[in-house]
Design a protein around this ligand. Structure first.
Ligand SMILES: Cc1cc2nc3c(=O)[nH]c(=O)nc-3n(C[C@H](O)[C@H](O)[C@H](O)COP(=O)(O)OP(=O)(O)OC[C@H]3O[C@@H](n4cnc5c(N)ncnc54)[C@H](O)[C@@H]3O)c2cc1C
Length: 472
């Protein structure tokens, strides 16, 4: 079928809104990455019936389908040539005991607002704040500044309902047929072949599926390639009554990351890092020579932990605060790291999202910085660094002159092989998408990669769900 026929033909099959005008297609051609892919049509399903009809139509005509939430993804995961499914109408929230049943199109900001009324919250908190959706967070296995204590989305996903490429509704973990098939591909020996890190959004997380009660976890980080998430059951946590934030300054990134394992022993809920490119936007007087800050937060046993931290970090402390307003202000600085870092990019320069999400064991963070130092001495580039130091996850963004951008492929190859050799993952939370899917095989090797292909076969044998992402 011609691209131009897809919208009109699909609109005959469903009653939901289908758009294929140039303004809509233009708006859905981009996300928060630098990729541009023009779709054929955008569908706005209102219920499961619409979804089933759209997916059966797409499957019959072999048209790619790509689900989309807030479009804040950084790797082009929500971009595709065929039908884009905008999940905004799947927006119900039902709060239960220790969990919440939520539609995949619910925005994180709305979820936070509803849960707050019940004195609860959802642990993973991407810095993009209210603008991402539950579907997108599950799709990328998103995490955030408090994943150190509360885990990534995969660790908080109790159940999920998806529509498969054939238009079947499947609930996991309750579907025994799918569970059996998935469990054949996984096994305890798999875990040894995955990096030993606290966050990982590369490939399918078959290492996390060890029993039939875990099979929903295969959907976390699957980037819309295994099924379209309709709704999910998520674990919620009681909001803490008191929080203390300590800001600590260092002269170099290396000094800061070397201190992280020691700080982790006190039991913080968050340890985040920003470099000198970002701290220059902070409107507070910082110690002379401060080139890097750590944000260290505690949300339990606060008095005891604060005393320990003060004792350990006294000569480096910029501020200690338990005032909610001040804490919010500091987190605004941290959460604006990406937009601050883009401010320093000139018109002649380009910033790459290819290598921006490496995660390594925390004690090996100095090795990751050595690798970056080596690459900046070899290639004409500078880097901006910030991220989730407590999880060993640094967003290292290379900036090059536009005329040198052809070097990015080479830089990525060397960077990724360095990350893998120090026991890390090429992506801790942002996913593979258009940027990194071709490096998934290098991350895991042929044997695990062939298992990923088998996973894809179970859910989407015709390869219509977000093709080209994760397994290529
Ligand atoms: C400024 C900024 C800061 C960020 N900070 C963080 C951070 O701290 N931590 C972090 O983890 N990420 C971060 N991100 C990345 C991004 O916000 C997250 O990946 C987020 O979870 C994406 O959600 P979304 O709704 O925008 O998804 P989209 O971008 O719309 O989609 C992301 C992926 O999920 C899939 N998907 C979407 N909906 C569904 C569905 N219903 N069913 C199946 N698959 C689906 C898409 O196909 C795509 O592959 C940041 C991004 C920005 C721009």
């Amino acid at each position: 079928m011609l691209q131009s026929q897809i919208g009109p033909r699909l609109s005959e099959k469903t009653t939901c809104n289908i758009s294929w005008d140039s303004i809509t297609l233009g708006a859905y051609s981009t996300d928060a990455s630098s990729y541009i892919v023009k779709p054929a049509a955008v569908a706005f399903p209102r219920n499961e019936n619409d979804m089933i009809k759209i997916l059966r139509f797409a499957s019959r005509h072999k048209i790619p389908v790509t689900p989309r939430g807030g479009g804040t993804g950084l790797v082009g995961g929500a971009l595709g040539r065929g039908i884009i499914l905008d999940m905004r109408h799947f927006n119900t929230i039902r709060v239960g005991q220790g969990s919440v049943q939520v539609g995949s199109g619910v925005f994180k900001g709305e979820l936070d607002r509803v849960l707050r009324k019940h004195g609860r919250f959802f642990g993973p908190n991407p810095s993009v704040g209210p603008f991402c959706t539950v579907g997108g967070m599950i799709g990328t296995n998103a995490s955030g500044s408090h994943s150190l204590k509360y885990g990534s989305t995969i660790d908080n996903l109790i159940g999920v309902k998806i529509v498969t490429s054939k238009g079947d509704l499947v609930s996991l973990p309750s579907n025994n047929i799918i569970a059996k098939k998935v469990l054949k591909i996984t096994g305890p020996e798999i875990q040894k072949q995955f990096p030993r890190i606290t966050k990982n959004s590369c490939g399918y997380r078959i290492d996390k599926v060890t029993a039939s009660s875990d099979t929903q976890k295969i959907i976390a980080g699957s980037e819309g390639t295994l099924g379209i998430i309709v709704s999910a059951k998520l674990r919620t946590i009681t909001l803490s009554k008191r929080t203390v934030l300590i800001i600590v300054s260092y002269r170099t990134l290396k000094e800061a990351v070397a201190d992280v394992p020691r700080i982790l022993k006190i039991g913080p809920s968050s340890v985040e890092i920003i470099d000198h490119n970002i701290i220059r936007y902070i409107k507070t007087r910082l110690p002379r020579g401060a080139r890097c800050l750590l944000f260290v937060e505690f949300d339990d046993n606060v008095t005891k932990k604060k005393t320990k931290a003060k004792h350990m970090l006294s000569d480096r402390m910029v501020t200690t605060t338990s005032d909610p307003k001040q804490i919010r202000q500091w987190w605004t600085y941290r959460n604006s790291a990406l937009s601050y870092s883009l401010k320093s990019v000139s018109k002649q320069e380009t910033v790459s999202s290819l290598i921006e999400d490496a995660t390594v064991p925390v004690h090996r963070l100095p090795l990751l910085l050595d690798l970056v130092e080596y690459l900046t001495s070899k290639y004409p580039m500078r880097v901006i660094t910030y991220g989730h130091a407590g999880n060993g996850n640094l967003h290292i963004r290379p900036i090059l002159k536009k005329k040198d951008s052809h070097l990015l492929g080479k830089i990525a190859q060397e960077f990724f092989s360095g990350v893998i050799s120090i026991g890390g993952s090429i992506t801790g939370e942002h996913g593979d998408g258009l940027a990194r899917s071709k490096f998934v095989k290098a991350q895991y090797g042929s044997e695990i990669y062939s298992r990923f292909r088998k996973v894809k076969q179970i859910f989407d044998p015709a390869n219509t769900l977000n093709p080209g992402k994760i397994v290529t």
